[in-house]
Design a binder for this molecule. Structure first.
Ligand code: FAS
Ligand code: PHB
Length: 391
């Protein structure tokens, strides 16, 4: 097989990249190791930044988002006895949208199917070759067990944190940074109306908690738990009791309404960045190049931002033989990657409790400052609602 751009991974980065390239007539082939149903069913991100929504709308992917998504002006930050709303629109003119990654994935799958996009699901043995030449290629075993070779002008690794693309950048060329946090999130989906109009991020001596949502009838909530937590140790009652305590059930008449839990899982938290995000004819985008703790709601939005600047770079390279944007892709993408990595680290360390009472005082002081100072609130709002793509 031959194509212009070989894309490894049919998650949001890979499918959105194929969609953006197609807008300029660039052909791609996507290969994916999981089944279409599995990729579509993964419960992941829930918040879309302003610029993510703008990009999706600009390429015809905003209709259902606007109809079924929920625009939020801001978030609540809370600690025992205090809950404060930060209004991002008042502070920065930018809002965020609640629209699950599963919905974004459904819209991308539908759009690519309508366009006749070639996607090979359930492949194995993916390998990347001749990346430092102008004739790179990918080999894989297809769902029928047949060995395949895909020749391309460019290969893009959108294969997440466990794919082969990251490792295809030679040692001695790549650098990486990692920070593993001493806690995880226990996340639940529940068939119950949210008890809040906008997200609540709560600091509590027992540990962080968050109240998010997926729709007017489905709530998404998280609890800070120790690393290595076995989700089987957390009964539904224990989960709701802990959420009620940490989110301030009963304070100022506010009630947390429990309901049937339909999904629960434990998500470890780490920061990871690999540079450069380009080696020869290989480009990396999304989780293939970076991982952020979900406290800043940045993972999915960073993947979108990467492909939002990669697509025009590849169009210029392949259509106009102009390498300028492709040559600067990694530096341009990494500016936002490090900004979001810092913000995600800052939100995480501000809100998650440790055993150190000194940390607790620093965290509470940060929370008081961010919720009382226009400058502090604007700094958080600017980062959370998202900087313009290409920042
Ligand atoms: P993805 O991981 O989504 O997609 C990569 C694709 O590549 C996968 O489908 C994978 O099967 C495929 N692949 C891997 N190896 C391959 C191979 N050898 N050959 C072919 N294909 C291969 N972000 C938030 O903002 N908020 C959250 O609450 C949040 N929660 C998360 C919970 C979990 C459990 C995880 C893992 C991530 C979460 N994230 C969250 C981050 C998540 O949303 C990612 O940022 C987002 O999926 C990134 O998209 P992609 O870069 O496309 O990577
Ligand atoms: C979610 O709704 O899953 C969500 C929202 C905000 C975050 C992380 C996860 O920071």
């Amino acid at each position: 097989m031959r194509t212009e751009v070989a894309i490894i991974g049919a998650g949001p980065a890979g499918l959105l990249l194929s969609h953006l390239l197609a807008q300029d007539g660039i052909e791609s082939v996507v290969i994916e190791t999981r089944s279409a149903d599995y990729v579509a069913s993964r419960i992941r991100a829930g918040v879309l930044e302003h610029s993510t929504v703008e990009l999706l709308e600009s390429v015809g992917l905003g209709d259902r988002l606007r109809r079924e998504g929920d625009e939020h002006r801001g978030i609540y930050l809370q600690w025992p006895g205090e809950r404060h709303h930060l209004d991002f629109v008042d502070l920065t003119g930018r809002s965020v949208w609640i629209y699950g990654q599963t919905e974004v994935q459904k819209d991308l799958v539908a759009a690519r199917a309508a366009a006749g996009q070639e996607i090979h699901y359930e492949v194995t043995d993916t390998a990347l070759h001749d990346l430092d030449t102008e004739r790179p290629y990918v080999t894989f075993t297809d769902v029928d067990g047949a060995a395949q070779r895909l020749d391309a002008d460019v290969v893009v690794g959108c294969d997440g944190s466990f794919g082969p693309s990251r490792a295809a950048v030679p040692d001695g060329v790549k650098d990486s940074w990692e920070r593993v946090y001493p806690y995880s999130w226990l996340g639940i989906l529940a068939d119950v109306a949210p008890s809040t109009d906008e997200l609540i991020y709560a600091w509590h001596p027992d540990g962080f908690a968050m109240h998010s949502m997926r729709s007017s009838t489905v709530s998404r909530l998280y609890l800070q738990v120790p690393n290595g937590t076995d989700v089987a140790d957390w009964s539904d009652d224990r989960i709701w009791d802990s959420l009620a305590t940490r989110l301030g059930h009963g304070h100022d008449g506010w009630q947390l309404n429990p309901g049937p839990i339909t999904e629960k899982s434990v998500l470890p938290m780490r920061s990871f960045v690999q540079t450069p995000m380009r080696h020869g004819r290989l480009f990396l985008a999304g989780d293939a190049a970076h991982i952020v703790p979900p406290t800043g709601a940045k993972g999915l939005n960073l993947a979108v931002a990467d492909v939002g600047i990669l697509a025009p770079a590849l169009v210029a390279l392949l259509r106009k033989k102009d390498p300028t944007l492709a040559d600067s892709y990694s530096d341009n993408a990494l500016r936002r990657v490090w900004r979001c990595t810092h913000f995600s680290w800052w939100m995480t360390t501000m809100l998650h409790t440790s055993d150190d009472p000194f940390d607790a005082q620093l965290q509470l002081s940060q929370l008081r400052w961010v919720t009382s100072s226009w400058a502090g609130a604007t700094g958080l709002a600017e980062n959370y609602a998202g900087l313009p793509i290409g920042f």
